[in-house]
Design a protein around this ligand. Sequence first.
Ligand code: ADP
Length: 197
Amino acid sequence: MHNRPKIIVFSGIDGSGKSTQLELLYNELFTNYRVFISKIEYMPLNDMNKSLIKNLLIEFKSGIEILKQTIGLYTKDNKFDYILCDRYLMCYLAYAYVYGIEPIELIRKMLFFIKNPDLTLYFDVDVDLALKRIQERDLELDRHENYASLIKAKEGYEKLYRCSGNLEIIDANKSVEEINNNVKDVLIRRKLITHLK
Ligand code: ADP
């Protein structure tokens, strides 16, 4: 197999099923391939715009998260066949848009060192359905998603997803199994995989 790992990005608003689909694909790949999972943690943007200092700290923390992921990707050559990314720069930019940060300016600052993914899967889900899934998943968590922020995040994604390489839009309103089959079809069609479990 090629020395450079194939980078597959799972993107979409919260509740679109990124983690679920990443795990399913991981389970199907890891018996035959060396697979690394790279996750950008939850974007801490909720306090954005409260003060200049806070903004700088939040941008700094987010920058570090993205840098950590990027450095991680650069150090995996020859060691892995696939890197499955739960969120990527584009996801941060989409959420940044929700909190009024100008994405183009951020892209200009960051894009020069970011690797272009071999495939970006965008899980396109209706906001009502995403919110229902999040509420069922995060019963005990004090998370900040609500209808308005998800609508805005989706708008952010739709504005930005074409910036990420090799985009495929997946209908994420379907069942877990149907989506998993669509993801596998895309991988086969794009010749990113030769055999699955
Ligand atoms: P994300 O990582 O995009 O936030 P998750 O994979 O955590 O989304 O999914 C959110 C919740 O919805 C989880 O509880 C998961 O079990 C459930 N879920 C994921 N995909 C589907 C689906 N296609 N149909 C119904 N429920 C789903």
